[in-house]
Design a protein around this ligand. Sequence first.
Ligand SMILES: Cc1cc2nc3c(=O)[nH]c(=O)nc-3n(C[C@H](O)[C@H](O)[C@H](O)COP(=O)(O)O)c2cc1C
Length: 159
Amino acid sequence: MSKALVAYFSASGVTAKVASRLAEAARADLFEIKPETPYTSADLNWQDKNSRSSVEMRDASSRPVVAGKVANMGDYDVIFLGFPIWWYVAPHIINSFLEGYDMTGKKIILFATSGGSGFGKSVAGLQDSSPGATVMEGKLLNGNPAVAELKDWVDSLQL
Ligand SMILES: Cc1cc2nc3c(=O)[nH]c(=O)nc-3n(C[C@H](O)[C@H](O)[C@H](O)COP(=O)(O)O)c2cc1C
């Protein structure tokens, strides 16, 4: 397989857990996309239309700042990009992450966790932030999949 990176954002730890298992399954490096200003539980309250996440997700141009960078992005051909589904799509910090690099020629495979929703229009929203890359809807990884199951999925992608 080409050299792979698992990059993920996780606000409450669910995606983080599956991301580290996926990195093991894919023998990939792991990078956490951390917001410069962490999300508090009040920020994550989707029932409050004035919470930080509600305000950001209503504004298509919001780009929460990412702390830190992948130093050797040029080394990777494949990026597994993971996030929780927020309002039926990827959180806008995922757009911020992608826009911080030249992703031309890379294959970007999405994975997500959610309360049940699928990827919705995530691919279209993220493709715009990574011109020249191929963004693929990968898999919803709900239900705590084991490393062996994740490995089967990675193998099936024939990267
Ligand atoms: C602001 C916000 C919006 C959410 N929107 C959705 C949604 O549209 N559909 C859904 O199924 N789950 C939604 N969820 C639930 C998360 O996707 C789910 O709990 C996820 O596994 C959290 O992952 P994390 O712990 O890595 O942050 C939302 C959660 C938050 C905080």
